[in-house]
Design a protein around this ligand. Structure first.
Ligand SMILES: *[C@@H]1O[C@H](CO)[C@@H](O)[C@H](O)[C@H]1NC(C)=O
Ligand SMILES: *[C@@H]1O[C@H](CO)[C@@H](O)[C@H](O)[C@H]1NC(C)=O
Ligand SMILES: *[C@@H]1O[C@H](CO)[C@@H](O)[C@H](O)[C@H]1NC(C)=O
Ligand SMILES: *[C@@H]1O[C@H](CO)[C@@H](O)[C@H](O)[C@H]1NC(C)=O
Ligand SMILES: *[C@@H]1O[C@H](CO)[C@@H](O)[C@H](O)[C@H]1NC(C)=O
Ligand SMILES: *[C@@H]1O[C@H](CO)[C@@H](O)[C@H](O)[C@H]1NC(C)=O
Ligand SMILES: *[C@@H]1O[C@H](CO)[C@@H](O)[C@H](O)[C@H]1NC(C)=O
Length: 803
């Protein structure tokens, strides 16, 4: 017994300790509950200083941009389902070796932009499912050997930082095949040849070796020679090519092995350009893209005009800055650069003119992107040789974001590009659409979004399959486009859907950010092929039909799929639902079936009312009401009479000795016994005068008034009580009883005569005053025996005379 008690005690103690421990660790930690339906928890920018508590079921946990300095052993325990963990932009300086020990499902881990000075291979030892790892921008000097050894699924690896000094052979052991590798090592000092050589195949390589590029060409060559292969798409970041060094590096390496080269944030002088062109002369480079190109020279690149760039298929320059824009004279001697490509993009290059001569040289070009430049209707005319035989192979023309104003000019010029299928003229200044236009016959895609169009006319080609008219000022659309598959009308002023019969083949329709109030099955019925719809961000009136219909669509229970996010559907009215997500609205039956509800509730109310009436009738409530009413009225008239009498100064005149209140059934007793006896003129004393309603009431006067004045004019009131009095004819009761109830007749003014033996309990409860009287006042009982009657009359007389 004692032992089991001890056992129990120790168990409690143990429990308490465990519990205490748990609450201790829990206490200090905030929790984050910003998880959506897909269990994506966005705890970004919340000022957390510790890893917050989050539901164990979370799939994605975004903790970026907090102030978390440490991940402890316990912080992420139990998150066995977590797939994405983002700790980017914190102040992480320490991570417990087994902090990620239970994240068996983790596929993406981002530790970039933190304060990690040492990396520990034990962090990753359990992350067998990890596919993406980002360790960029932490202050570690080296990686440490075999850091990634167990990460067999790793496909994306990003590492490096401001102080990374050294990379040696063991560091990347186990990393064999990557889709993407990013290495930022501006201050790399030592690189052991072969460190990156084991990674093959390697899809994309992004290198930022800014300082070594300027100072240590052998290191850069060593790196490049390890990783360059025809399959690898190489991106070099932050290049400053004004001196000879970087060119030398390009010459010293197998740069001529790469097929895809991108440069990002690149500053070049004239010599550097010439050197670079010579370095890639005759190489199999098929695509060259330069994003962020600053040209410091004047365009004296003719020294390389002999270079062979025949294999280059694709050439892109985006965000070009000419430092000496006024002395620059590129135009005229550099067309060798763009002669052979099929795909040319010169985006945001501040070009206002491309001459007819130059476009004629671009004889192979099929894809020309000149978006975000300074072309006008006029210079576009020059560029396309005013419609005279140029760019004959062109399939795609993108002149989005230029200073174009006239749709008819564009359509006239474009009509001569006989192979054109895609035309993007979005973000232009077109105010109107001409009634008719001519377009190239194969045109299938037309983008005129973000202009200022107010109407859509048959200018639109009937061959179109994709049409984007978003962000204009359209209110209606009545052009029939039989082949159209996609129609984008977001950001306009539509109040309702266009008629679907105009587009028998339409599959995708976007109507976001319009002024739609609601839509329903009938709107979509005319679209026979519609599959995808986006209609969020409208000012929806959340009627029952609309809410029901939309919730059905959101659940996937319709022919049409809503492809925008469900939280872009909000109610704008009624007011109490404003801002509420339509998918979460629950409208009550009251709102949704108003007619039914009103009729049912009226019926119920009627039923209740009749029930109440019946109940009231059963409880004699009407009787009480009538009594109160009568009393109030009588009281008033009595007061009036009183006042009149006071005015006349006359005494209250008493004309009767007693008012007799009795039931009709007892009338014979009153007439045969009471009246003859009391009004007997042979009475030695003066005979008594009685007031009987039958005899003395004034005909034509209100009966209650009559009663009242009778009582007033009588000194006493005699109640002839019998079972009849209380039980029979209610109407008599009312009359007889009214004064009883409401005029406090007092004990000696009321005289009770009991015609037959009865007790207080025989009187119904609502005659409460009578019951009270019966219990407090002595009453005279009508004797059945002849001999005792003499005494009865005497007592009665005495009572009436007030003795
Ligand atoms: C997470 O929240 C932050 C700010 O609270 C926001 O900037 C960010 O876009 C959100 N991320 C996602 C994926 O919604
Ligand atoms: C982050 O936390 C440290 C102390 O841990 C504090 O000094 C710093 O001000 C905090 N930074 C922000 C942005 O809250
Ligand atoms: C571009 O590269 C230069 C060095 O060539 C660097 O100083 C600058 O910070 C870079 N700019 C950006 C936006 O990365
Ligand atoms: C590539 O460059 C290397 C070194 O400059 C050179 O030896 C090789 O012949 C070049 N290959 C081709 C195909 O140009
Ligand atoms: C290259 O430029 C020089 C002048 O700088 C010129 O004489 C020569 O004809 C040009 N060659 C080609 C192929 O354009
Ligand atoms: C044209 O360029 C704009 C801006 O660069 C881009 O958004 C659009 O997708 C491009 N259009 C086509 C058809 O590539
Ligand atoms: C039309 O152009 C705009 C702006 O350039 C772009 O954002 C949009 O995606 C394009 N529309 C289609 C359907 O490609």
């Amino acid at each position: 017994m004692r032992r089991s008690l001890g056992c129990l005690c120790s168990m409690f103690f143990h429990l308490a300790v465990c519990w205490g421990q748990r609450s201790n660790t829990d206490d200090g930690r905030d929790s984050c509950t910003r998880c959506d339906l897909q269990l994506h928890c966005n705890c970004s920018c919340r000022g957390f200083t510790q890893v917050p508590r989050v539901t164990d079921e979370a799939l994605v946990l975004d903790l970026s941009f907090n102030n978390i300095s440490e991940v402890t052993d316990d912080d992420l325990r139990g998150h066995a389902f977590l797939r994405v963990l983002d700790l980017h932009g914190n102040s992480l300086a320490s991570i417990h070796p087994s902090a990620f020990g239970s994240l068996w499902s983790l596929e993406e881990l981002d530790l970039s932009d933190n304060q990690l000075t040492v990396l520990n291979h034990r962090w990753f030892s359990e992350l067998g499912a990890l596919q993406q790892l980002n360790l960029l921008n932490n202050p570690y000097r080296h990686l440490g050997s075999s850091l990634f050894y167990g990460l067999v699924r790793l496909r994306v690896l990003e590492f490096g930082g401001p102080v990374l000094e050294e990379l040696s052979r063991g560091d990347l052991r186990g990393v064999t095949q990557l889709d993407r590798l990013t290495l930022r090592a501006n201050n790399l000092i030592r690189y052991e040849s072969g460190t990156l050589a084991g990674i093959w195949p390697l899809g994309r390589l992004t290198l930022n070796l800014q300082r070594p590029l300027l100072t240590d060409s052998s290191l850069v060559s060593a790196v490049l020679n390890d990783v360059l292969s025809p399959e690898t798409h190489l991106t070099l970041e932050d290049i400053y090519m004004t001196s000879k060094t970087p060119i030398q590096i390009l010459r010293d390496t197998n740069i001529n092995r790469t097929r895809h080269l991108s440069l990002r944030n690149c500053t070049v002088s004239d010599e550097a350009v010439v050197g670079f062109l010579m370095a890639i002369n005759g190489s199999p480079l098929t695509s060259l893209s330069i994003d962020g190109l600053t040209v410091t020279g004047e365009g004296r690149w003719a020294g390389a005009n002999w270079t062979d760039l025949r294999s280059m298929d694709e050439f892109l320059v985006r965000n070009l800055v000419l430092q000496d824009v006024f002395t620059f004279f590129l135009i005229g001697n550099l067309y060798f650069l763009v002669q052979n490509q099929r795909k040319i993009s010169l985006i945001n290059a501040k070009l206002f003119l491309l001459s007819c001569y130059s476009t004629r040289l671009m004889k192979d070009v099929q894809y020309l992107d000149m978006s975000d430049n300074l072309l006008t209707d006029l210079t576009l005319g020059y560029m396309l040789c005013n419609g005279d035989d140029t760019l004959t192979d062109l399939r795609v023309l993108n002149i989005s974001g230029n200073n174009l104003k006239s749709l008819s000019t564009i359509s006239r010029l474009a009509a001569r590009l006989t192979k054109l299928t895609h035309l993007d003229i979005s973000r232009g200044g077109y105010c109107s659409m001409p009634p008719r236009c001519s377009w190239p016959a194969p045109l299938r895609y037309l983008n005129i979004s973000s202009a200022k169009l107010t109407t859509a006319t048959p200018c639109l080609s009937t061959t179109l399959e994709v049409l984007d008219l978003s962000n204009n000022d359209l209110k209606s659309f009545t052009v029939s486009l039989p082949l159209l598959r996609e129609l984008h009308l977001s950001g306009n002023k539509f109040l309702s859907f266009p008629d679907g019969r105009l587009f028998p083949n339409l599959q995708t329709l976007t109507m976001r950010s319009n002024t739609l109030n609601l839509f329903g099955g009938s709107d979509l019925q005319s679209y026979r092929r519609l599959e995808n719809l986006q209609a969020g961000q409208n000012k929806f009136v959340c009627s029952c039909d609309f809410v029901g219909f939309l919730q059905l669509l959101l659940k996937g229970g319709g022919d049409v799929v809503l492809t925008d996010k469900e939280d872009s559907y909000h109610c704008d009215s009624p007011l109490y639902l404003q801002g509420e997500s339509v998918s979460r609205v629950h409208l009550s039956i009251i709102v949704c079936h108003q007619v039914l509800f009103v009729s049912v509730s009226c019926g119920v109310a009627l039923l209740l009312a009749s029930l109440v009436c019946v109940l009231l009738w059963r409880l004699h409530a009407f009787w009480y009401l009538k009594m109160i009413w009568a009393w109030l009225k009588a009281k008033r008239s009595s007061q009036q009479r009183q006042r009149r009498r006071n005015d006349e100064g006359s005494e209250a005149l008493i004309s009767f000795d007693a008012f007799v209140s009795y039931s009709e059934q007892d009338a014979s007793w009153v007439e045969n016994f009471l009246v003859p006896e009391l009004e007997d003129p042979s009475d030695p004393l003066q005979p008594l005068t009685l007031c009987l309603h039958k005899r003395d009431f004034l005909p034509g006067q209100w009966i209650v008034d009559n009663i009242l004045s009778a009582i007033e004019r009588s000194r006493r009131t005699v109640f002839v009580l019998s079972k009849n009095f209380v039980r029979s004819s209610w109407c008599r009761y009312e009359l007889d009883f009214s004064h009883f109830r409401f005029f406090d007749a007092g004990g000696d003014e009321a005289i009770l005569i009991l015609l037959e033996p009865m007790t207080k309990d025989d009187v119904p409860k609502r005659f409460c005053k009578l019951r009270k009287l019966m219990s407090s006042t002595t009453y005279l009982e009508w004797p059945q025996e002849e001999e005792r009657r003499e005494e009865f009359w005497r007592s009665l007389r005495n009572a009436l005379r007030g003795e």
